[in-house]
Ligand binder design. Structure first.
Ligand SMILES: [Zn+2]
Length: 278
């Protein structure tokens, strides 16, 4: 059966000198993988149409019993060329693509995740990246997966928590806050989070646009707390190992000259060119 869909390139891996396996995120089929035979041959119609972070129109022969399909035609709709020059934005894009590749199942419709990644890549290509945008993206990803942290009530007793009260334990395994009274229980040993960081998270959760995160002036200590809290949350609920996240955040924080930028960009791109099989 031939299928036609929009698709974002998540990963590319060689299977021979000229052929490639590409992992894609699509709205209607979720994550899929296709073989592109002869992708690197000089006269291949796929040349220039497929690369990391591209959103494409893809035509493929769908195998009914296998996850690996055969690409027939592909046309790049949004190339996001600026990501080839902005290595910080490319580092974030590599992390986002790697994260989606890990948490998205094969062959299950994922229109919300597709839309989130498509808009995030557009934003990175147009505006570049600041660290807060990475955390905003992680919150939106968790929401799209139905794993949004609860920050407005105590998960144990159900008491509403006003912003000034949101300084109790953050119970990672349960996915939200415990009030001061309930924090003494078995979940009370969970992460302690400052009220200002919780206020940021609540504000970003409520905003559909990254503007809220981009306008927030975060201190180094607050960014460090966000990295730790959301990193623990993602590892617990999505079972990610955090490698691509650590690489991306490390690159975002570095101050390097132009001579180092090419090397950094290759490191970032390597995340996206890793194994397809996960
Ligand atoms: Zn409580």
């Amino acid at each position: 059966m031939i299928e036609k869909t929009q698709a974002i390139v998540l990963r590319i891996a060689p299977v021979s000198n000229t052929s490639r396996i590409v992992a894609w995120l699509t709205p209607d089929h979720g994550k899929i993988a296709t073989v592109i035979k002869g992708a690197q041959r000089p006269k291949s119609p796929f040349l220039g149409q497929v690369d990391l972070f591209y959103t494409c129109e893809l035509l493929f022969y769908a195998h009914e019993r296998r996850h690996l399909h055969i690409a027939r035609e592909c046309c790049a709709l949004r190339r996001r060329d600026s990501l080839r020059a902005d290595w910080r934005a490319a580092a974030a894009a590599s992390y986002f693509a790697d994260l989606l590749a890990r948490v998205t199942p094969y062959e299950a419709p994922q229109p919300a995740l597709f839309d989130l990644l498509d808009r995030a890549l557009d934003h990175l290509a147009a505006e570049g990246v600041v660290e807060a945008f990475v955390y905003w993206f992680e919150l939106k990803l968790l929401a799209a997966l139905g794993l949004q942290p609860r920050l407005d009530v105590c998960l144990e007793c159900g008491q509403a928590l006003l912003p000034a009260q949101r300084h109790a334990s953050f119970a990672l395994a349960r996915g939200g806050l415990l009030c001061a009274r309930c924090a003494g229980g078995p979940d009370g040993a969970a992460a302690q989070v400052s009220s200002d960081v919780l206020a940021m998270l609540a504000g970003w959760q409520a905003s559909a646009h990254p503007r809220a995160a981009l306008r927030t002036r975060c201190t180094v200590a607050q960014l460090s707390e966000l990295e730790r809290l959301l990193g623990q949350f993602l590892r617990h609920h999505l079972e990610t190992d955090g490698t691509s996240r650590a690489i991306a955040l490390d690159l975002l924080r570095r101050k390097v000259g132009a001579a180092c930028a090419g090397w950094q960009l290759r490191v970032a791109a390597q995340v996206g060119r890793s194994q397809i099989a996960d």
